[in-house]
Design a protein around this ligand. Structure first.
Ligand code: EPU
Length: 483
């Protein structure tokens, strides 16, 4: 039985239990009867859907609202579980969150930020990784913070050592306890010279959200420069922050004593857009993703074309005399002939995103020849390929770095490179969703496979894909809830 968070969303699933000794899809031992999607696969997905603001920006922009002294307005916010978790945490800390006049607009009023009890905060334990980003803003607003155990996808150990090290250098006192992490800043927070061992997205956001109101100048070397980070910088600049992005991954922040609210339309979700693009390719369909933007997806679009996928980009048109407004987007479709294998490695921006990897691998099972996927961002992000093999794919994973560049995981025994031999005829199976992106990949595989699959734990997909069942229906997918 799934327990639910106070906001009505289900808690993340317990890790599914497998019996690895059993020969096929019957390896599944657990049955989650209220969370199963029956997928009648084998038909192309066709139609138009829309993506809204990027999950990995929206949640951070919501945290940034805590730093202001007046209300912030965020537009185009998707209805996903990560947003609900952050909303719940903000409300616990006295931020009034309400729906704005526009569809997808939320208004966050941080005028009366207050402490929350550890018990209340712990309701959100294990539900997301975003709570760690509340450290800096809460220290600035309250002088102390409590952060529950983090959740998020199980795609590697996902340590937070860079975050803690940076916070300590700003002057925070960090104490880890069995119930979570307590922080205080008895003498305030001061700017620091920092260098990340790896350009971590989360640690860069941690530094930005802390440095903007710390006293003095912060210099961060080896920072992440993903489009979502640049958009967070835009949010903070709108609030009154002074942030300079230098060449070679150096970010400089001049702390200011006060920030105010912002009005911001986030960048579109380039992970969701790429997931639907991969679904179009894997099911031999055609999907127009309204809202998808070329500039954020150039690396993906090059790969999509190299495989043989076709796409057409339409720019957004702003209304002016004689011109009516039109939403931009990208149409993705299967070329009608065989796809080609590619060799790829995931990387930090501007490389091929690790979150694009799983859906694309499903499409690569349909490409002729040997494709290579070298995962260099997370050490354990290929486990989902077992289920694809059960469905008829031929994917072998290796410890070696099979990409052009040796990575951090090469000599550390992690199975982090995959060779995908195709094309393979996929057949239906019973699948358990392991994490968000791999879960969507499983769903695509079930849609591409001949026959009827049952996908267990699909509610996990609501963490990052807004109304995915509605979108599947709009694309003509034959799916239904079990029971
Ligand atoms: N790392 C450390 N120590 C740290 C922080 C990170 O060793 O203190 C390592 C991680 O273990 C990983 C690498 O650095 O091997 C990169 O991790 P990063 O911090 O960049 O990832 P994140 O901030 O936790 C965000 C996204 C992920 C996305 C990655 C990479 C959010 C909420 N999550 O995670 O998105 O894969 O950046 O782009 O923004 C998803 O949306 O499904 C998702 C997992």
């Amino acid at each position: 039985m799934l327990t639910r968070l106070p906001n009505g969303y289900p808690r993340p699933l317990a890790a599914p239990r497998f019996n690895p000794g059993a020969p096929d899809a019957r390896r599944l031992e657990v049955t989650l009867t209220d969370d199963v999607l029956v997928v009648h696969g084998g038909a192309p997905l066709q139609g138009q859907i829309r993506v809204r603001g990027a999950k990995n920006l929206v949640s951070k922009a919501m945290v940034a609202a805590l730093l202001g002294e007046s209300p912030s307005h965020l537009y185009d916010v998707p209805r996903i579980r990560d947003v609900e978790v952050v909303r719940g945490l903000l409300e616990l800390h006295g931020v009034k969150v309400s729906d704005g006049a526009d569809d997808g607009e939320i208004v966050m009023d941080p005028t009366n930020v207050e402490s929350a009890s550890t018990d209340e905060i712990n309701v959100h334990a294990g539900s997301s990784r975003i709570p760690i980003l509340l450290c800096g803003p809460l220290l600035h607003r309250l002088g102390h913070a409590f952060i529950p155990d983090l959740g998020g996808c199980h795609i590697g150990p996902r340590p937070i050592d860079f975050h803690i090290q940076a916070l300590r250098e700003f002057g925070a006192v960090v104490e880890k306890t069995p119930e979570g992490m307590h922080l205080s800043a008895p003498t305030g927070l001061r700017g620091a010279k920092l260098e990340l061992p790896y350009p971590s997205v989360g640690a860069t956001e941690q530094v930005l959200l802390t440095a903007v109101r710390a006293e003095g100048v912060t210099e961060l070397r080896n920072a992440a420069i993903e489009p979502e980070i640049m958009d967070l910088i835009c949010v903070l600049q709108k609030m009154g922050a002074i942030i300079t992005v230098h060449t070679d991954r150096v970010i400089e922040v001049h702390g200011v004593p006060r920030l105010h609210g912002y009005k911001h339309r986030p960048i579109p979700d380039r992970i969701e857009a790429a997931s639907w693009a991969a679904a179009a390719l894997a099911t031999k369909g055609e999907i127009e993703v309204l809202g998808a933007r070329q500039a954020d997806m150039m690396t993906f679009l090059n790969v999509f074309r190299s495989i043989g996928g076709e796409c057409e980009i339409t720019d957004e048109r702003v209304a002016r005399p004689g011109v009516t407004a039109a939403e931009g987007g990208i149409k993705f479709w299967h070329p009608g002939h065989e796809l080609q294998a590619v060799a790829l490695e995931t990387d930090v921006h501007p490389g091929f995103m690790t979150d694009w990897q799983q859906p694309l691998v499903v499409a690569l099972t349909q490409a002729r020849g040997l494709s290579i996927m070298h995962e260099t961002v997370y050490e354990q992000r290929l486990g989902y390929t077992d289920a694809l093999n059960q469905m008829g794919a031929t994917i072998q994973v290796y410890r070696d770095c099979l990409g052009g560049t040796p990575c951090r995981f090469g000599r550390r025994n992690f199975m982090h490179s995959a060779v995908i031999a195709g094309p393979s005829k996929l057949h239906a199976a019973d699948l358990v969703i392991p994490d968000l992106r791999a879960g969507f990949a499983h769903l695509i595989a079930a849609l591409a496979a001949e026959g009827t699959s049952r996908v267990y734990g699909v509610d996990l997909i609501n963490r990052g894909y807004e109304d995915f069942e509605g979108k599947l229906a709009a694309l003509g997918a034959h799916v239904e809830r079990l029971g």
